[in-house]
Design a binder for this molecule. Structure first.
Ligand SMILES: Cc1ncc(COP(=O)(O)O)c(C=O)c1O
Length: 402
């Protein structure tokens, strides 16, 4: 294993960095995407109502996620708002969400007047802890949004059991988890609706984009309608049976996503192998603890790779100093999310809507303040030499005494 003896002074203190080359880029694309885009352009039908590509994407993506219906839209944030509307969530309703996630999981509820109530995560997985759900439920609780964080499905046994106990609707935030599965069932349609993002950083992307999947034909109609300015399938152009948004995807996005989907299986396998290698090597470094993958996860999308830094308690660098040292060694590393229960904009909006002040979420807060570090997708898509540089750099900075 690498050590200070083999690597010398930290780069941040004037030593030589472990790595000077950049890591690979994202997205990966080729002639296939170029030709698909050109064909969409030449078709002259650029909008989804006239074209065929968005419709084909909706069918193929639903099948990919094991769902009966797929509805494309503009992004993963509005997919969540639409899903909440479709299952009947409105002003003043409470929606249970984990605090350790992208802001959209909670803001999508707030933007339609619903109030997020935070249910802390399991510190070993960063996924919502189902044993904490009962205590968060009130007479106003109507839905729960489990987040399949970093590509790892949340404990859907625990979530679905709690939802049945309390009569909650379940929206799966699968923005980071295309192709992931819980006990052999792809995520998305285990609950009522699943939502996905195709924004630039995602494992399948078109710059921007979103989708919703469901097995329920009535929800399919509602999702389609909310996404399409409240129209009804088969209705007149100016017939609007409810209020909705224009959230339609373009044919250009569908053209790219359909090609990116073909690349997914090999890319996921590569990332899974990288994650296994990192798990095994990083676990040998004192103070470094890779995240646990719950036993029910039968396919992990490996959108990103998180690990816990527990070495500060034994005299190692505090998390943020460790991260800065690692960046100076040439390894891009991220400190992770600010827990949403601590986000002032979220807190202000909850207060404005008359919701209860968000409770503390000790696991998410400790993750942010002290423990969690993250490598993004380009590192998981890297070569074995790339991963060896990552491990060597972590070993180097982890060995330093504060
Ligand atoms: C967990 C989660 N939910 C929702 C979103 C929102 O998706 P989008 O950026 O497409 O609006 C994202 C990603 O950006 C996400 O990571």
């Amino acid at each position: 294993m690498a050590s200070l003896a083999t690597h010398g002074t930290l780069a941040i203190r004037g030593g030589t960095p472990v790595r000077t080359r950049p890591f690979g880029g994202w997205p990966v694309f080729g002639r296939e995407e170029e030709e698909a885009l050109l064909a969409a352009l030449r078709s002259g039908t650029w909008g989804s109502l006239d074209g065929e590509l968005v419709k084909r994407f909706e069918q193929e993506f639903a099948a990919f996620q094991g769902a009966r219906f797929g509805i494309a839209c503009v992004n993963g944030t509005l997919a969540l708002s639409v899903a909440l509307k479709a299952v009947g969530i409105g002003p003043g309703d409470e929606v249970l969400v984990p605090p350790y996630t992208f802001i959209a999981t909670a803001s999508a509820a707030l933007m339609i007047g619903a109030i997020p109530v935070f249910v802390d995560v399991d510190p070993e997985t960063l996924l919502i802890d189902p044993s904490l759900i009962d205590a968060a439920v009130t007479p106003r609780t109507k839905a729960i949004i489990p987040v399949h964080h970093a590509g790892a499905p949340a404990d859907m046994d625990g979530v679905m059991a709690a939802a049945r106990r309390h009569g909650l609707r379940v929206i799966e935030d699968a923005a980071q988890a295309h192709g992931a599965a819980w006990r052999g069932t792809p995520v998305g349609a285990i609950g009522d609706v699943g939502t996905f993002s195709f924004q630039s950083s995602k494992t399948i992307n078109a710059g921007e984009g979103g989708a919703m999947v469901t097995n329920d034909p009535e929800l399919d109609e509602l999702l389609w309608s909310y996404r399409n300015v409240g129209r009804r399938r088969g209705g007149e152009w100016y017939e609007h049976v409810r209020l909705g948004w224009n959230l339609r995807m373009t044919e250009f996005q569908a053209a790219v996503i359909l090609e990116q989907m073909k690349r997914y299986p090999a890319q996921r396998a590569h990332r899974a192998e990288s994650a296994g290698y990192l798990d095994e090597r990083l676990a040998r470094i004192p103070g470094v603890v890779p995240l646990k993958v719950p036993e029910g996860v039968t396919s992990h999308a490996w959108y990103s790779y998180h690990w816990r830094w527990l070495g500060a308690a034994d005299g190692g660098l505090p998390k943020r100093e460790l991260a800065e040292a690692l960046k100076a060694e040439g390894i891009p590393v991220f400190a992770g999310y600010v827990p949403l229960n601590r986000n002032q904009a979220i807190r202000d909006e909850i207060a404005r809507l008359g919701g209860a002040e968000p409770a503390d979420c000790p696991a998410a807060e400790r993750a942010e303040a002290e423990e969690i570090l993250m490598f993004s997708l380009p590192i998981l898509m890297g070569s074995r030499e790339d991963l060896d540089d990552v491990v060597a750099a972590v070993a180097k900075v982890a060995a330093v005494r504060a």
